[in-house]
Design a protein around this ligand. Structure first.
Ligand code: GH3
Ligand code: MG
Ligand code: MG
Ligand code: MG
Length: 306
């Protein structure tokens, strides 16, 4: 009997990978381009600042980085990329003509994942690039499996815990408040009982999408906290701002009306508990918002309480 693979980690699709080549000499970029452009999209930059600009527009999957460049050199560029959350995890392979061991050591210690000598051997370059792209893709896949909720595509509770630690630390460091909403679907058990779990799952997906759509800042964050309950974390947001987002979420449910697929059910409504980190310093923020959520339920559901 034929067995079906659920997930094959060894075979990842690298055909859409984007590789950024940074070198002050266009002739070196051309050489790398000739070797790699059949297999990948190759982007180019001839200086550190130009490379940062490219990274701002399209996040590359891997960077091939020259060390000696006028102005910002490769090591400096590497430092800058490692300081930014968005670019920190991009693997960097240094490509250089250094031949002193201590110079190579410096590249490793700055966070490079590999090191290739100039002039590059095409086979070495191809295989090193393939190996590091594969590792990165596997790491991303694992990250998704561990931290993303399979049904709704939002982060899961495990990731929420890690994220919340970072937000709490940042709020106490900067004294800038951060908001937390607990959003729970009303009478969802009845919805499942009436229309079945498949329809229930679909409504959960729509609910997650609606919440996501109501969040406007890139730093706003949503995770599935439990069955039909979502946690929304809003860094750098005071209580009025937090309530504004809560109202936006509630209005979205009022106007978009999530129903069963036939459109015969009552539209889904949600209850929301809202609080901020600095206003509930003695209790865990989630607990604080959850208490308010409970109160919103007690007061008749389909409302916000804080
Ligand atoms: P309340 O207004 O007090 O929140 O009532 P409720 O029925 O929404 O809350 P309760 O905690 O009693 O039930 C939650 C229900 O959510 C139970 C289950 O039917 C449903 N649920 C939880 N997780 C899932 C899921 O992954 N898929 C589906 N289809 N339903 C789920
Ligand atoms: Mg150079
Ligand atoms: Mg509920
Ligand atoms: Mg619940």
């Amino acid at each position: 009997m034929e067995s079906k693979k659920i997930e094959d980690f060894s075979e990842v699709d690298l055909s859409t990978a984007k590789i950024l080549v940074v070198d002050d000499q266009p002739i070196n970029i051309q050489a790398v381009y000739n070797i790699l452009s059949d297999s990948y999209t190759v982007l180019a930059a001839t200086s550190g600042p130009a490379a940062l600009e490219v990274c701002n527009e399209v996040l590359p999957d891997l960077i091939l980085l020259d060390v000696l460049m006028p102005g910002m050199d490769g090591l400096e560029l590497c430092d800058q990329l490692k300081q930014d959350d968005a670019t920190r995890d991009i693997p960097i392979i240094f490509v250089t003509s250094f031949n002193e061991q201590h110079e190579e050591d410096e590249c490793w210690s700055r966070g490079g994942v590999d090191f290739i000598m100039k002039p590059v051997n095409p086979m070495t370059l191809k295989n090193r690039v393939k190996a590091h792209l594969t590792l990165k893709a596997q790491k991303d896949m694992l990250h998704k499996l561990v931290f993303v909720d399979g049904l709704t595509g939002t982060f899961n509770r495990r990731y929420l815990d890690l994220h919340l630690d970072r937000v709490k630390n940042e709020a106490s460091r900067t004294k800038h408040d951060a908001g937390c909403l607990m959003v729970d679907i009303d009478h969802f058990k009845a919805f499942n009982d009436d229309y079945g779990h498949i329809e229930g799952d679909q409504a959960l997906i729509s609910t997650a999408n609606l919440i996501r759509k109501a969040l406007l800042r890139p730093t706003d964050f949503v995770a599935r906290y439990g069955g039909e309950e979502f946690a929304v974390i809003l860094p750098d947001t005071d209580l009025p701002g937090t309530l504004e987002v809560a109202n936006r979420i509630k209005s979205a449910f009022d106007s978009e009306k999530i129903t069963n697929s036939e459109g015969t059910s009552n539209p889904i409504t949600v209850s929301i508990g809202a609080s901020t980190i600095l206003s509930c310093s003695n209790v865990e923020i989630i607990e604080c918002s959850d208490t308010y959520l409970y109160e919103a339920k007690n007061r008749g559901r389909d409302q916000i309480y804080h």
